[in-house]
Design a protein around this ligand. Structure first.
Ligand SMILES: Cc1cc2nc3c(=O)[nH]c(=O)nc-3n(C[C@H](O)[C@H](O)[C@H](O)COP(=O)(O)OP(=O)(O)OC[C@H]3O[C@@H](n4cnc5c(N)ncnc54)[C@H](O)[C@@H]3O)c2cc1C
Length: 509
């Protein structure tokens, strides 16, 4: 099949999408007048193919029956990396046995509802832990900055096969939404079980050695380690059991939220939203030798409490499929290099993250008790986040009040400008000034920042052999996904899971 490229206004692009088979779509927002680039499938005469033409979108996966498969693989963690590894193993006739510390997705939803109502954090079932991993209640933006790691289109096809919308097959910045992701994850689970894989929920792996024994499997049973980057206790276990770990660069900062209408105006989306949705942005600058950038921008989204340990405050963002909340949020983070933190402990970055998350928590609790005097707000229960108006933060002023915000557990005024470490806080202040130069009006007191955005990337790497993908210290162990430090985001983690499964298929286990 051939294809042709067109450049349309948002309105005409929307009309074209309703009738033609699109293979690629991206919005060009560099000019005041927005353009949509569409690549359309065409026939031998160059005519666009109709959207509903009986031409397969892609080759569907073929899953084998692995109930009695000779080869088995243990997978620790049922996030995108673990689930895509399991599906790939089944495609190749290998039985996956998954251990997941959290609950299956419908039970997990209840714990997340409690967290959002500020009624307590379940350390084993939250925005990070549970079926689908951190990907389930995420924004579900499906793109990766890396094009080198393998067949990204296959990841999109599998998401589509399990229920994601057609747009994931062609949209440059595809998005699923936190309302749609749980049912997609559930279908993946059903497929794994139906074909003979095993999934053990509420089973935290606390020792690699005991896992092999308990499962009645030889030590040589290949094990995919797909734990994500929030299982700090599991990293400690791995260090204690002699698995090689190393510090890796990461990023930390705050989450900023503007009224979506303001962002639409700054990005010239007004009048086009009904055709191309709410505007997003991607901002980057350099301040004193370190990158300061926006991360995981969620148009029409919500800020969420994304910590997994009591006594810490971590924020992140997500949006539903329609991206229609009145708020636009984004992580605003500063690059941190291993040499920025003194010492040689491979877990020093993780310790640094923990310290700042605990600081954010205690700052919020102090303010809650001191200022609002909220009755019944016990230390264990508080998911209230410390917050400051954006301009006040940059100009070093107290915020006497805070604007409305999407963060459900609540916010409390706090001097982030004073308690964030200077190398983060000062760089962020300059970064916001730079962003305001690019989009005048971005730096406004209508916007709010919440602390802390600390889990944008893993602070630990579990080094592996580049060919075999096995841990350099522990043969048979396949560290993969975000927690291994080789991926960041849903698609690259899923792809890394696929690659780990293929490496095992080709290995002599
Ligand atoms: C709120 C939020 C929004 C996000 N939005 C986006 C987005 O829009 N786009 C994007 O690309 N990325 C997004 N991310 C990041 C994305 O979710 C992660 O990059 C991705 O999920 C990493 O996949 P993973 O499989 O490597 O790890 P995870 O998804 O973290 O999964 C790891 C799993 O392992 C389990 N586990 C950990 N330790 C153990 C143990 N000892 N025993 C058993 N099980 C264990 C955990 O419970 C978890 O389920 C978001 C993250 C959050 C929190």
């Amino acid at each position: 099949m051939e294809s042709s490229q067109f450049i349309f206004s948002p309105r005409d692009a929307y009309a074209a999408e309703q009738k033609w088979r699109i293979v690629k779509r991206s919005v060009d927002a560099r000019q005041r007048e927005l353009k949509v680039h569409l690549t359309v499938l065409t026939d031998e005469n160059g005519q666009p193919i109709a959207k509903d033409a009986p031409i397969p979108l892609y080759e569907p996966p073929v899953f084998q029956d692995v109930h009695n498969a000779q080869r088995q693989v243990i997978i620790i963690g049922a996030g995108p990396a673990g689930l895509f590894a399991a599906l790939t193993l089944i495609e190749h006739g290998i039985k996956p046995i998954i251990y997941e510390r959290g609950k299956e997705v419908s039970e997990r939803k209840k714990d997340i509802a409690l967290l959002n109502r500020n009624e307590g954090l379940n350390p084993e079932s939250n925005y990070c832990f549970g079926e689908g991993g951190a990907g389930t209640f995420s924004d579900g933006k499906l793109f990766s900055r890396s094009k080198k790691r393998g067949n990204m289109q296959r990841v999109m096809e599998l998401f589509h096969y399990f229920g994601a919308p057609d747009t994931v097959l062609y949209e440059a910045h595809a998005h699923i939404g936190s309302d749609k992701l749980p049912s997609i994850i559930k279908r993946m689970r059903e497929c794994i079980l139906e074909h003979g894989g095993e999934i053990h929920f509420e089973t935290c792996v606390t020792s690699l050695k005991s896992l092999s024994g308990e499962a009645g499997l030889s030590l040589a049973t290949p094990t995919i380690l797909a734990i994500g980057h929030s299982a700090h206790d599991t990293y400690r276990m791995l260090a204690a059991e002699g698995v090689t770990l190393e510090t890796k660069g990461f990023a930390m900062g705050v989450r900023a939220e503007h009224p979506q209408a303001l962002i639409n105006k700054l990005m010239h989306y007004e009048g086009n939203v009904e055709f191309i949705g709410n505007a997003s942005y991607s901002l980057v600058t350099q301040v004193n030798g370190r990158g300061v950038y926006s991360f995981c921008m969620c148009p029409g989204g919500h800020i969420v409490p994304a910590g997994s340990e009591p006594g810490s405050c971590v924020v992140n963002g997500m949006s539903a499929s329609h991206r229609n909340s009145p708020y636009a949020n984004s992580g605003m983070v500063v690059q941190i290099n291993p040499e920025d933190i003194p010492g040689n402990d491979p877990l020093k970055g993780l310790l640094y993250q923990e310290a700042l998350e605990q600081k954010a928590y205690s700052e919020a609790v102090i303010q809650c008790n001191g200022h609002t005097g909220k009755a019944g707000l016990t230390v264990q229960r508080s998911a209230v986040a410390p917050a400051q108006r954006l301009k006040d933060f940059v100009e070093g002023r107290e915020s006497k009040s805070l604007p409305a915000c999407s963060y459900l557990p609540g916010t409390v005024p706090s001097r982030l400008d004073q308690w964030l470490p200077a190398h983060i806080g000062k760089r962020l202040q300059q970064g916001f000034r730079d962003f305001d130069r690019k989009y005048p009006g971005f730096l406004t007191n209508e916007a709010i920042i919440l602390g802390v955005e600390s889990r944008s990337s893993s602070a630990v790497r579990i080094p592996r052999d580049p060919e075999t993908l096995q841990s350099v210290s522990t043969p048979g162990l396949y560290p993969c996904g975000e927690g291994a430090g080789y991926a960041g985001g849903i698609t690259s983690s899923a792809l890394d899971g696929i690659n780990a499964a293929l490496a095992i298929k080709n290995a002599d286990h």
